[in-house]
Design a protein around this ligand. Structure first.
Ligand code: F1P
Length: 292
C-alpha cells in the first residue's frame, strides 16, 4: 500500500464513516417542516447550501432559498437562517449572522467548535469529526450534506455504500488526463456540479465550468470535443449523452449516488494535482480561513 501523502487523501477516504455518523445525529436544531428557510455559506459551503435548498423544497418541507452569504437579501422574511461554515471564521457569514440577530433565528453547521461563529449563531450543529487539515474542503462539505439529507428523512445507507465503492474504485485514465471539464447537474445535483468544478479549480488548477444540465445545451456545449469531459451528476437529460459523444467529447455518468460520484471528482482532482506537481492541500492564493 502506498501511504497517503496529503491530508486531503485521508479526508477523502474517510467520507463513508463521516456520512454514517452524521446521518445518525438527527439534531433538533435543524429547520422544522413548513418553515421558510434561507441557507447561506461561501465557496463550497454555498454549493452545499444550494443542494440542501433544492432537496428540502422538493421534499415538500417548505420554501428554501440558498445564497452566497455576501448576497443575502436582508429585506426578506425567513423563519430561519442555516449558515454553513467549516472554519467558523468566514467574514461574510459572521456579518450576516450579526445583521439578522434577534430578527431571524439562526443555526450554524460548523467544523470547529472553537471559532467566532459560535457566539453569533443561536444554535449550532458541530461536525468536528469531519473537520479537515487541507484547505480544500472534501469531507466537511459532503458530511454536512449527509446530515441535511438525513434530516429530510432520507436513508443514507445506499449513499454510504456507494461512497465505500467510490473511495477505492480505480480512476479511468481518460478522466484524469482530460484538458477540460464541465460538470452538470439537475435539481439538487446542480450544487454538486458547482462543488465539483470548484474542487478541480482549487486542488488541481484545472479549467472547469458547471451548469444545470439543460443549460449546457444553450451554448456551453460548443466547447466540448475530443479530450474534454462533460460530467453529469445524477440522471442525464434525454439525448445529451449522444449529443456530447457525437462531438468526440467524453460524457460521464455514474450509477453511484451523486454525492458518492463527487468523491470520484475529488480523487481525480488530487490525481491531477500530483501529476502537475501541485500540493492539493494548499491551492494558490487560498487559505482555510477567508477573512476580509
Ligand atoms: C469557505 C471557503 C471554502 C474554500 C476554502 C476557503 O469556507 O471559501 O469554500 O474551499 O477552504 O474557505 P468556510 O466558511 O466553510 O470555512
Amino acid at each position: 500500500l502506498v501511504p497517503e501523502q496529503f491530508f486531503v487523501e485521508t479526508e477523502i477516504t474517510t467520507q463513508p464513516d463521516c456520512w454514517r455518523r452524521a446521518a445518525s445525529l438527527n439534531p433538533d436544531s435543524l429547520p422544522a417542516r413548513g418553515e421558510r428557510v434561507a441557507v447561506v455559506g461561501c465557496g463550497t459551503s454555498w454549493f452545499v447550501a444550494q443542494s440542501y435548498a433544492a432537496l428540502r423544497e422538493s421534499a415538500g418541507q417548505g420554501e428554501t432559498d440558498a445564497f452566497a452569504a455576501s448576497e443575502f437579501p436582508l429585506g426578506r422574511a425567513y423563519d430561519r437562517v442555516v449558515a454553513i461554515t467549516r472554519s467558523g471564521t468566514t467574514t461574510e457569514v459572521l456579518d450576516l449572522l450579526d445583521q439578522v440577530r434577534g430578527r431571524i433565528p439562526t443555526v450554524a453547521v460548523i467544523g470547529d467548535p472553537d471559532t467566532p461563529v459560535v457566539r453569533r449563531a443561536d444554535q449550532l450543529v458541530v461536525l468536528d469529526f469531519a473537520d479537515e487539515r487541507s484547505v480544500v474542503q472534501t469531507r466537511f462539505a459532503t458530511t454536512t450534506l449527509a446530515l441535511l439529507r438525513a434530516s429530510l428523512g432520507e436513508d443514507l445507507g445506499p449513499a454510504v455504500r456507494d461512497a465505500e465503492r467510490a473511495v477505492v474504485e480505480p480512476l479511468p485514465a481518460e478522466l484524469v488526463g482530460a484538458e477540460q471539464y464541465s460538470f452538470l447537474g439537475r435539481g439538487w445535483t446542480c450544487g454538486l456540479a458547482q462543488e465539483a468544478g470548484l474542487k478541480m479549480r482549487e486542488a488541481a488548477g484545472a479549467w472547469t465550468e458547471s451548469y444545470p444540465a439543460m443549460e449546457y445545451r444553450h451554448g456551453p456545449i460548443s466547447i466540448t470535443g475530443p479530450g474534454r469531459v462533460a460530467w453529469m451528476f445524477g440522471t442525464a437529460p434525454q439525448g445529451l449523452a449522444e449529443q456530447v459523444a457525437a462531438t468526440g467529447g467524453l460524457f460521464r455518468t455514474s450509477d453511484l449516488d451523486p454525492m458518492a460520484d463527487l468523491i470520484t471528482v475529488q480523487r481525480v482532482a488530487v490525481a491531477i494535482a500530483v501529476r502537475r506537481g501541485l500540493d492539493p492541500d494548499q491551492p494558490r492564493h487560498l487559505s482555510r480561513s477567508v477573512i476580509l
